[in-house]
Design a protein around this ligand. Structure first.
Ligand code: NDP
Length: 307
């Protein structure tokens, strides 16, 4: 029986691990399928306080992990596939069928990339279609590519891709970006980037060849269709929370985000931190902050129960 099990290993999970390990609660962190979370697929992080020259996303999460391990946090390279939270102690089943029991649980499983939902997009995933420029950008040297989306992720990915690609099209369904002004301005000013406004992706070509040769596009205002030749498609249209194993066990909203009040879920002793419960701010620093809150809540809960 563990005092604290933390599910997920992004900034929220690592921070919860740091605080609970320093409180001698010997936390166990189940790392999940993408250890380190979304920061591992990002490049320069310029808005995490304490790093005036910026820091690479993977380096930042690695430092967070090392800091938690220094105080005794233990990491398990597994994924949680099911939970039984109706009564304490809380039980979790892992992907190797092993089980864990805990007096408190902190859920920090984050969110994952969303896709357009086109058949061709799914068939060409890993064959020219991807959601991670940092992972795959270097494969697209001196060829044209497209980034789909108009948020900060799309801006960041398109700027990163200019290091490799001959040309980067940013394809957005509206006529203004959702992204922050500073990021949008950088994109609009870049000579390698061309923005296609009011443009919908109808199909990714060419499934028969099992490689990306272009996109079939449609203008959202005029309905005019066109083909665009390129070799890589980077989908950057947002994220969905990773809450599948908790369905029916914890209250969540209609999009699957866990409902939490100051990290407290509807089950006393079970806390939610980071993007899994935050569809509004979704920053590394807010995730880390809520990981700290969840840890303090778990500590108080254990104390109140005399555990
Ligand atoms: P967002 O939800 O902010 O943006 C998603 C974008 O994709 C929107 O422009 C949206 O269009 C578009 N989109 C959504 N669904 C579809 C679809 N089916 N077809 C076509 N387009 C679609 O997600 P992000 O991942 O960009 O950002 C998430 C959060 O992370 C934000 O808060 C952002 O600020 C933050 N972030 C910050 C960074 C930084 O500061 N360095 C870097 C990356 C992210 P529409 O606008 O029409 O809704």
């Amino acid at each position: 029986m563990h005092k604290v099990v933390i599910i997920g290993s992004g900034p929220a999970g690592h921070t919860a691990a740091l605080y609970t390990s320093r409180a001698n609660l010997e936390p166990i962190v189940i790392e999940g399928i993408e250890p380190g979370g979304q920061l591992t697929t990002t490049t320069d992080v310029e808005n995490y306080p304490g790093f005036p020259d910026g820091i690479m996303g993977p380096d930042l999460v690695l430092k967070m992990r090392e800091q938690a391990e220094r105080f005794g946090a233990k990491y398990i390279q597994r994924e949680v596939t099911g939970v039984a939270f109706s009564e304490a102690p809380f039980r979790m089943t892992l992907d190797d069928k092993s089980e864990l029991e805990a007096q408190t649980v902190i859920i920090s499983t984050g969110a994952s990339a969303m896709y357009l939902g086109l058949d061709s997009e799914q068939k060409l995933l890993g064959h020219g279609v991807t959601s991670c420029a940092t992972c795959d950008g270097a494969f697209y040297r001196d060829v044209p590519v497209a980034v789909i989306g108009g948020g900060d992720t799309a801006m960041e990915e398109s700027l990163f891709l200019t290091r490799f690609a001959s040309k980067v099209y940013v394809i957005h369904r509206r006529d203004e970006f959702r992204a922050s002004k500073i990021m949008a301005d950088r994109v609009l000013a870049h000579e390698k980037i061309e923005v296609l406004w009011d443009t919908l992706v109808e199909d990714v070509l060419d499934v028969e060849k099992n490689e990306v040769t272009g996109l079939k596009l449609k203008n959202a205002k005029t309905g005019a269709q066109s083909d665009l030749a390129l070799e890589g498609v980077f989908i950057a249209i947002g994220h969905k929370p990773n809450t599948e194993p908790f369905r029916g066990q914890i209250d969540m909203d209609d999009r699957g985000y866990l409902l939490a009040n100051n990290t407290r879920t509807n089950i006393p002793g079970v806390y939610a931190a980071g993007d899994v419960q935050d569809k509004e701010y979704r920053q590394a620093i807010t995730a880390a902050g809520s990981g700290c809150m969840a840890a303090l809540e778990a500590e108080r809960y254990l104390e109140s129960k005399g555990l």
